[in-house]
Design a protein around this ligand. Structure first.
Ligand code: 1CP
Length: 340
């Protein structure tokens, strides 16, 4: 068993810098496309054997130091009694967005083992196969709420902010329900065998610090403090576009702070104190010629040298257009430069 990733999460000294990539199981891999060509995205998410297969693909192909279970952050939202569709080329759609009290009241807080047995089964199957640690995950309540309120992806988040500013009681009622669901969901993943948990706060960078402190952070804190009562596995909190929020995100209670590429990792390390950090190569750097790609990797490794644990990653998900060979070159360079 290669435990380097877990050691880095706990801030222990490691023989080399472990690396994995957000969205490493996905569309840039022809092997993923081959599986996905046979089933819809939601069918894939609900098939433990296929989820296991596509989660293992990047471990074998890229030689990364951790696997992430294949699923989506929106799967538990469907289990809360919401209609969820994935439209080709457009992403997730909730045809009945939540805008009023009735919408919030109609949401269920499901038993995750009963409502999402396929996720727990995927975790159990993966643990039997993998020789690297398995990461489970969820969305953070704020990020999940944006999809529910907007009805899908968004750029300006008008409806979300409108509810937050003009109907704060409704907003908080919705967030409380999503938080309860997410909390139970992550605990169930830990029981099933996940060895670390990542909370994705993909859209939180649209919030001013004071709004983040009031409308997003308390819910992440609550999930992590609930987790601490039942498990000691590491928790990674990825607040995308969160450079202006670091002093706040470090109070979330996570072991590891995920960093996007917009912040210099040296600056982040100076500001996060005794947290381990994860990141933060610009995903577009994977399109560079090898020497330039390696120079950027080296710079991140050097600048993170003072951290209490560094897990190399991209600053956000790997892009579907990425040549897999480039991702493999990057993993090899991280390992070579850090002494494996
Ligand atoms: O057509 C397809 O095959 C679907 C593409 C796809 C994939 C491969 C979607 C739809 N989701 C996923 C898998 C996925 N999503 C994983 C597991 C794979 C891995 O990481 O290796 C994970 C962890 C996610 C998480 C996720 N889903 C996030 C958070 C991470 C991030 O990138 O910020 C978000 C925001 C989603 C929503 C979502 N699901 C799918 C898409 C295209 C999106 C993004 C839509 C948007 O931009 O709003």
């Amino acid at each position: 068993m290669n435990d380097t990733f877990l050691q880095a999460c706990r801030g222990e000294k490691t023989d080399y810098t472990p690396v994995w990539f957000m969205r490493q199981a996905g569309r840039y891999l022809p092997e993923y496309q081959a599986v996905r060509g046979k089933v819809s995205f939601l069918e894939l998410c609900k098939n433990p054997e296929l989820c296991t297969e596509v989660s293992i693909q990047p471990v074998d192909i890229l030689d990364v130091d951790a696997a992430i279970m294949f699923s989506d952050i929106l799967i538990p939202m469907e289990a809360m009694n919401l209609r969820l569709e994935f439209h080709e080329g457009r992403g997730p759609v909730f045809p009945d967005p939540i805008r009023d009290r009735q919408g919030v009241d109609d949401l269920l807080v499901p038993d995750p083992d009963e409502a999402m047995p396929f996720v727990m089964e995927t975790i159990r199957l993966l643990r039997r196969e993998l020789k690297v640690p398995l990461i489970g995950f969820s969305g953070a309540p704020f990020t999940l709420a944006t999809y529910l309120i907007e009805g899908g992806s968004s750029k300006v988040f008008l409806e979300t902010k409108r509810m937050m500013y003009q109907a704060p009681e409704l907003y908080h009622a919705l967030l409380a329900k999503i938080t309860e669901c997410t909390s139970l969901y992550l605990q169930a993943q830990a029981r099933a065998g996940a060895q670390a948990l990542q909370i994705f706060d993909s859209w939180v960078g649209i919030l001013a610090p004071d709004d983040y402190r009031r409308f997003a952070l308390p819910y992440v804190q609550s999930i992590i403090s609930d987790l601490r009562k039942v498990t000691d596995i590491p928790v990674i909190y990825f607040a995308n576009n969160g450079a202006t929020l670091i002093e706040l995100t470090k109070t979330a209670g996570a072991d590891v702070l995920g960093l996007d590429w917009r912040i210099d990792i040296k600056d982040a390390v100076a500001r996060v104190g005794d947290h381990a950090v994860q990141g933060n190569l610009d995903p577009v750097a994977l399109f560079l010629p090898q020497d330039q790609l390696e120079a950027r990797i080296k710079r991140i490794l050097d600048n993170a040298a003072g951290a209490r644990g560094h897990i190399f990653n991209l600053g956000h998900g790997i892009l579907p257009q990425t040549p897999p060979e480039q991702a493999r070159i990057a993993v090899e360079a991280v390992h070579r430069f850090s002494g494996r």
